[in-house]
Design a protein around this ligand. Structure first.
Ligand SMILES: Cc1ncc(COP(=O)(O)O)c(C=O)c1O
Length: 402
């Protein structure tokens, strides 16, 4: 029977799980579909700058993998991941203050899969997860599949407001604390050192694991790196990392750094999901790291992203009307804009698309559904000229709709 996407014949006739029918498509993917139309300046997606992908280096790694590891790189491999890559990752984590061995490391198909494995392993319908408000939409999507509930702490410029956390733990007994501690998606905010220590203390007091989802920590282009939650909290913390934002998202290689006994549980879940992440890509990343290609590449992307962030901030200062505020991140990909309370970023988006500029409106990032007046901008993916032009158009749009 041919699939009729217009009339949803199969969706109605076949007995799909209500879990799937009830799932919402990612709003970001929907906005990306619109914003990838020709001529639209895309400040919406979470995409790194494609012109900075280290193509030449990756080409060398590819040839080296074939030459050195030949058939093994094309074979099935361990669910935990390629040993050499896990050892390299553990060495780097130890160097950053989280003493780790390969036995703490599980390679995943991006950090997104790590979130999904955690949700599967921990969440029964109705279980609470404590998050920041707002938080990463992809995590909410993964957790929603398992019918999680949320209790969320507000944020200020130092990250999650810890004073709110203990009462929420007492009230809801969350199974997990989920945070994006560095250059958070969506706000660009980084949790301060003091707050990190306080969060670890609370997690330890109530025996709740902290999931520190940290794709952006290495992309710091200003200020000093802060100790990671894992280096402060040790076994209280499951750290999620990824090569998506620092090498290539298409490679789909991320990892978890977790206490060994828990990792054995995740290994079983990973086996059910996809047996293992792509062997060849793991070997490629290993070559990239072991040949010392990551450090110069990081310098390169940090320099470029800083320049683009500055262009965006300078243009916002010149063109955004009074009453609009924004964050000024010292790294990562995103900044966060708040319009006056009475304005709706969602309602303004079609008008922005008419003006050929796209952003992601903020409401879906809030587990509790507020934030109508907020939006997220990516300063890494567009060219400086397009950032300038896009922000000018948004400035005019906001002024006209104040
Ligand atoms: C906070 C956060 N976690 C996880 C992911 C997913 O990353 P990956 O490409 O490694 O699956 C993203 C991507 O935007 C993210 O911002």
């Amino acid at each position: 029977m041919p699939i009729d996407t217009k009339t949803n014949v199969h969706t109605e006739l076949w007995k799909l799980s209500p879990h799937v029918i009830g799932l919402e498509a990612s709003i970001i993917r929907e906005i990306l579909k619109i914003s990838s139309k020709p001529g639209v300046i895309n400040l919406a997606g979470g995409l790194p700058a494609p012109e900075l992908f280290p193509i030449k280096e990756l080409q060398k790694c590819m040839l080296d993998v074939i030459e050195k590891n030949g058939p093994v790189a094309f074979q099935y491999s361990l669910s935990m991941g390629v040993v050499a890559l896990r050892e390299e990752i553990a060495k780097r984590a130890t160097g950053r203050g989280s003493k780790s061995t390969k036995d703490n490391i599980l390679i995943t198909s991006g950090a997104q899969q790590a979130i999904e494995l955690i949700a599967r392993a921990f969440i029964d319908p109705g279980d609470y997860i404590l998050t920041e408000n707002p938080t990463y939409l992809g995590a909410l999507q993964a957790f929603n599949y398992y019918k999680a509930k949320y209790t969320s702490a507000e944020m200020d410029n130092e990250g999650m407001i810890i004073d709110q956390v203990e009462a929420k733990i007492k009230k809801h007994s969350p199974k997990l604390i989920y945070t994006v501690s560095n250059f958070q998606n969506p706000t660009g905010i980084t949790m301060s050192l003091e707050r990190r220590k306080q969060l670890v203390e609370l997690a330890s007091k109530y025996n709740i694991p902290i999931i520190d989802d940290n794709p952006y920590g290495d992309i710091r282009f200003e200020g000093e790196h802060l100790p990671t939650l894992k280096s402060i909290g040790g076994d209280e913390v499951i750290a999620l990392r990824t090569f998506s934002k620092i090498i290539s998202p298409g490679m789909r290689i991320g990892w978890m750094n977790s206490p060994v006994d828990i990792l054995a549980q995740f290994e079983k879940v990973k086996q059910c999901t996809d047996l293992h992440s792509g062997t060849f890509n793991q070997y490629m990343i290993y070559e990239f790291l072991s040949q010392g290609m990551l450090e110069p590449h990081l310098k390169n992307i940090c320099a470029d992203y800083k320049k683009k962030r500055d262009v965006m901030l300078d243009t916002m200062k010149a063109h955004f009307p009074e009453g609009v505020t924004w964050t000024e991140p010292e790294g990562g990909l995103f900044l966060w804009v708040e319009l006056p309370k009475h304005m709706s970023a969602e309602k303004l988006l079609p008008k922005a698309i008419d003006q050929k500029v796209a952003y992601v409106y903020g409401q879906p990032f809030f587990p509790s559904g507020e934030g109508e007046n907020t939006l997220r901008l990516n300063y890494c993916n567009a060219s400086p000229d397009n950032i300038r032009e896009g922000i000018k158009r948004l400035g005019k749009l906001f002024k006209d709709n104040m």
